[in-house]
Structures are given as structure tokens and as C-alpha cells.
Design a binder for this molecule. Structure first.
Ligand code: ADP
Ligand code: MG
Length: 234
């Protein structure tokens, strides 16, 4: 048990140092990005402009990686409010519409006539859900279909994202929630780690089921607004 505690302390320290390092990296990178821009304006040379675009793209990728990483290591506590999850899902589906079209995926949400409110931080849950939906888009190659199903359970709700994409192998599935685990060339491996973190900080859960070549179902569970609270806010 002591060993385990030592290990946990060590991990916390490593996380802390990594977060500090990430912070320190962000400023100089932002400065590099600025100088890329200035250099591009200063040169008339198209080849040089092209090189600077490459440099700029990579710097942007790094900045995004660092921002995602910081989101994971220093998550702000969720600001919980009664939330209509169907409204939020509708907003997200609208927001991702052009991306869905690009990937040739049709997104279908089945809307129940009556659905409980959840306690949630809207912006954090938006991020958690977008990460899951973008993964589905990226897993789909043709005749893409992403079904969003809603379930109301005893004291929680479930949102299931069901895609007919490439699926996940048995080996990979136990790793996909780990930070930095990715099977994609340009992946960061932080998407699902962030989603898990957010959902867990809401007292919820994420469950992934998949069959290779068939598709994947990612289910997010969230606690519903308690009757007690409902009474207090009228
Ligand atoms: P990234 O998308 O940057 O790779 P994520 O944490 O979002 O990182 O996902 C981790 C890995 O989980 C992906 O690289 C992919 O292998 C797998 N994965 C996640 N969602 C799906 C899905 N819907 N279908 C197939 N594979 C998935
Ligand atoms: Mg992802």
C-alpha cells in the first residue's frame, strides 16, 4: 500500500513537472509562430514562403498539443448547472455539420419526447462530446452513419454514439483511454483521455465497445439532476 502511495505521489510530481514544462514551451512557440508570420511578409521568395507555411503548421500543431495536454493536467472543476443535454447535442451536431459532410457521415439523433436534465458544465461537456464525435468521423470510410441515442436510467442518463467505422482491435481497446495512445498518423491521443477526465469529474463514466470492421459504440453516462435540487430551483 505504501508502495502504491509512493507511486501515486511520483506520478503527481511528474504530471506537475510536465504541466510546468508545457507552460514554458507555449510562450516561445507562440513567438516562433509570430516570427514565421513576419518572415513570410518580409520575403518575396515563394519557396521560402512555402517553408514558412510548413514551419507555421507544425508550430500550430504543437501549440494545440500543449493546450490539450494542459487541459488534461490542470482541469478546472466543472461549473455544474442544470443542463438540457438534447439542446447541447443539437448545437454540437449543427456545429460539426460541415465536418460531417466532409467525412460523408450522416449524423442521426433520436430525440425522446421527455428527457431528464443533467448536472453539467456545458463547455466541458461540449468538448467531451466533440472529441467522441470527431473520432467517429475519422473512423468511418464510406456510407458513414453516426447514431446518437439517448437513454434515461434510474439516476443517470446515457448518450451512446454508435458508428459504423473501422472499429477497434481487441489489443487496442484497453489502451484507448490512455493519454497519448493513438493509432493515427496525426493523432495526439489526448481526445478520449480528456473526455474521460471531464465525464469522471461530473461523476459519470465512459464505456467503449467495439468490433473490428463493424463499428464502435462510445457511451457517456452522466448523473441526472436530483429531485431535491429541481425543487430548490423551481
Ligand atoms: P486520437 O484521436 O488523437 O488518436 P483519441 O484519444 O481521441 O486520440 O483516440 C484514441 C484512439 O482510440 C484512436 O487513435 C483510435 O485508435 C481509437 N478510437 C477512438 N474512437 C474510435 C472510433 N469511434 N472508432 C475507431 N477507433 C476509435
Ligand atoms: Mg480523437
Amino acid at each position: 500500500k505504501i508502495e502504491r502511495q509512493k507511486r501515486a505521489e511520483k506520478m503527481a510530481l511528474v504530471g506537475h513537472l510536465a504541466a510546468g514544462l508545457a507552460h514554458e514551451l507555449r510562450n516561445p512557440l507562440t513567438s516562433v509562430k509570430g516570427f514565421c508570420q513576419l518572415a513570410k511578409e518580409a520575403t518575396g521568395e515563394p519557396t521560402v514562403k512555402g517553408y514558412l507555411d510548413f514551419a507555421n503548421d507544425d508550430v500550430e500543431r504543437l501549440i494545440k498539443l500543449i493546450n490539450d495536454f494542459l487541459l488534461l493536467t490542470k482541469p478546472s472543476a466543472p461549473h455544474l448547472q442544470p443542463l438540457d443535454i438534447i439542446d447541447l447535442l443539437q448545437e454540437i451536431i449543427d456545429f460539426l455539420e460541415s465536418q460531417a459532410r466532409l467525412y460523408e457521415v450522416s449524423v442521426v439523433m433520436q430525440i425522446p419526447s421527455c428527457f431528464p436534465l443533467v448536472m453539467g458544465d456545458k463547455e466541458q461537456l461540449r468538448q467531451a462530446i466533440v472529441n467522441v464525435m470527431v473520432n467517429a468521423f475519422e473512423a468511418i470510410s464510406e456510407n458513414g452513419q453516426l447514431n446518437v441515442r439517448l437513454y434515461s436510467l434510474a439516476d443517470r442518463i446515457a448518450i451512446a454514439f454508435e458508428d459504423n467505422g473501422m472499429g477497434i482491435t481487441k489489443q487496442d481497446i484497453s489502451h484507448i483511454l490512455n493519454p497519448f495512445f493513438t493509432t493515427k498518423e496525426e493523432g495526439t491521443g489526448l481526445g478520449l483521455a480528456i473526455t474521460q477526465h471531464i465525464v469522471a469529474s461530473h461523476g459519470g463514466d465512459i464505456v467503449v465497445r467495439s468490433e473490428e470492421g463493424m463499428g464502435t459504440v462510445v457511451t457517456l453516462y452522466l448523473p441526472v439532476l436530483e429531485e431535491k435540487v429541481k425543487h430548490m430551483i423551481g
